[in-house]
Write a protein that binds this ligand. Structure first.
Ligand SMILES: O=c1[nH]c(=O)n([C@H]2C[C@H](O)[C@@H](COP(=O)(O)O)O2)cc1CO
Ligand SMILES: [Zn+2]
Length: 165
């Protein structure tokens, strides 16, 4: 009989997004994204970070003060990186998994890439104009957005090798 408790596809792709977020150097918000195609194959992953060649130690990670002294003008969002890192040029009809509902800039990238479904966990910035603009564009372009309610609260990753002997 097959094992019980295995991850659903939704949980699996969201878990990959959350795992990818752990690569982020952002001290306040770590975001990851995972793109899967219609055959349930992962075709792109990403997390928020500075552009290639821009040293994580040479740009600011702060949130307040002079714009140029904050992370905001420099950081690439997880969704953008997942699209750009994709192994496929064609993301038509793919799904993107992100913990946080995408901002309006990522929304444009998602729509233009051909992705047709956004699956998210949190919509904590729903009262911002950015997210209002995102929803307007997703509606107009027929991209489906769905909040995931997983069957489990957490998943343990165990690096202890003796678990496998
Ligand atoms: O959709 C997103 N994707 C994404 O990667 N981010 C990143 C950009 C920043 O590094 C961080 C947001 O920072 P903060 O929560 O401190 O304002 O999350 C933020 C959003 C939501 O705007
Ligand atoms: Zn964004």
């Amino acid at each position: 009989m097959k094992r019980k408790g295995y991850l659903s596809w939704d949980e699996y792709f969201m878990a990959v997004a959350i795992l990818s977020a752990q690569r982020s150097k952002d001290p306040s918000t770590q975001v990851g994204a995972c793109i899967a195609n219609k055959a349930n194959k992962i075709v792109g992953v990403g997390y928020n970070g500075f552009p290639l060649g821009c040293d994580d130690d040479d740009l600011p990670w702060g949130r307040e003060g002079d714009f140029l002294e904050t992370k905001y003008p420099y950081v690439c969002h997880a969704e953008l990186n997942a699209v750009l890192n994709s192994s496929s040029r064609d993301l038509m009809d793919c799904k993107i998994y992100v913990a946080l509902f995408p901002c309006n800039e990522c929304t444009k990238v998602i729509i233009q890439s051909g992705i047709k479904e956004v699956i998210y966990l949190s919509d904590k910035y729903k009262d911002t104009d950015q997210v209002r603009a995102s929803k307007k564009m997703f509606n107009m372009s027929g991209v489906k957005c769905r909040q995931l309610t997983p069957d489990r609260e957490s998943l343990l990753i165990n690096f202890v090798a003796t678990e496998y002997v």
